[in-house]
Design a protein around this ligand. Structure first.
Ligand code: PEP
Ligand code: MN
Length: 346
């Protein structure tokens, strides 16, 4: 349920509504838009129904609307304007194209520093790198764990690029919060509800990837878990869903971008690397992502993909990444967009 305030409603009137909602044992989420404030009411349906008339009669309230979609706070009804998620000055959702680049896994100091310097020089705004890896087989490289996070922090200190790293459970999340600027909840954990809630209680921005067998609605409900705990800084990521063809690793669902754009105010980025599974397909899919209106890209880049400890076949070399960035800049401009520049600090 949402309470739509009158455009002229005062701050006191908004606060009075929020108090009424909380006193009834429900939680309130305030979205202060340009035109008007909307208050989301979350909790038990019966209590909401009992409160509805009283809210409708309160000063400053224009109307009370029941949200029919199963997702509430991430939906456009609650917040019609696009959300901007700020990660240490990198802005997702402001109309520009944010490029996150880096290796699948952090493997060594030299590897991550070399990659960080190169992707920054090519125009990436953020650095990625896995320290805890969700590998299909338990016998393959599982990541450098805390040491990997330390190396990412070192690369950030040198380049000024904010970093994103994955956590698969609450203990890893505590470590990622300590070293990184954004936490990735990977495709395999999209429906790990304990982790989602935990990430919601932390205030670190979240990069939430769509599960390979999840619907768009399930992705939005996963995001709702994070947001309902009070963390509004969620960026969604389409990274391919399970198809039946083996030429690509997954099938990149480009249509998820306009669909999500309609349903949610949250930014949406695309991961062409995991979708493609092969580096050659990454540049064309990246161009398509910019054209379809994605708020950014997350691309795997490695100085020596043939020696990579994970996802080698899909990683771009430093040179191939530079060439791709050189293509994306005029493409974005032709679409009236721009590629967000790397941070000035560092
Ligand atoms: C990754 O980013 O390296 C990764 C494992 O991604 P996904 O969760 O999309 O498979
Ligand atoms: Mn990977």
């Amino acid at each position: 349920m949402i309470v739509v305030m009158e455009p002229k409603a005062t701050r006191d009137q908004v606060n009075a509504i929020a108090t009424k909602i909380q006193d009834a044992g429900l939680s309130s989420h305030i979205s202060a838009g340009v035109e008007r404030t909307i208050i989301g009411v979350v909790g038990d349906s019966h209590t909401k129904e009992l409160l509805r008339q009283s809210l409708e009669a309160s000063p400053g309230v224009e109307r009370v609307v029941l949200i029919l979609q199963p997702f509430k706070l991430v939906g456009r009804d609650f917040k019609p304007e696009n959300s901007i998620v700020d990660v240490e000055g990198v802005r997702f959702g402001d109309g520009s194209v944010v490029v996150i680049a880096g290796p699948c896994s952090v493997e060594s100091r030299e590897q991550i520093l070399k990659t960080a310097r190169a992707v920054k020089a090519s125009g990436a705004a953020m650095l990625r790198g896995g320290a805890f890896k969700p590998r299909t087989s338990p016998y393959t490289f599982q990541g450098l764990e805390e040491e990997g996070l330390r190396l990412l922090a070192e690369a950030r200190a040198e380049t000024g690029l904010p970093v994103v790293a994955e956590a698969m459970d609450a203990a890893q999340l505590m470590l990622v919060v300590k070293y990184a600027d954004m936490v990735q909840i990977g495709a395999r954990n999209m429906q790990n509800y304990t982790l989602l809630r935990e990430a919601g209680r932390m205030r670190l921005p979240v990069l939430l990837k769509r599960g390979p067998a999840s619907t768009i609605q399930e992705l939005l409900l996963a995001a709702e878990y994070v947001v309902s705990e009070g963390n509004y800084n969620v960026v969604l990521c389409e990274r391919g869903i399970r198809g039946f063809d083996n030429y690509t690793r997954y099938m990149l669902d480009l249509s998820a971008v306009p669909v999500l754009r309609q349903l949610t105010h949250l930014p949406v980025i695309i991961d062409p690397s995991h979708a493609a599974g092969k580096w050659k397909y990454v540049p064309p899919l990246s161009r398509a992502a910019v054209a379809v209106g994605a708020d950014g890209l997350i691309i795997e880049v490695h100085p020596e993909p043939d020696k990579a400890l994970s996802d080698g076949p899909q990683q771009l070399t430093l040179e191939n990444f530079a060439a791709l960035m050189a293509e994306l800049t005029p493409l974005a401009a032709a679409l009236g967009r721009r590629v967000q520049s790397p941070a000035l600090r560092g």
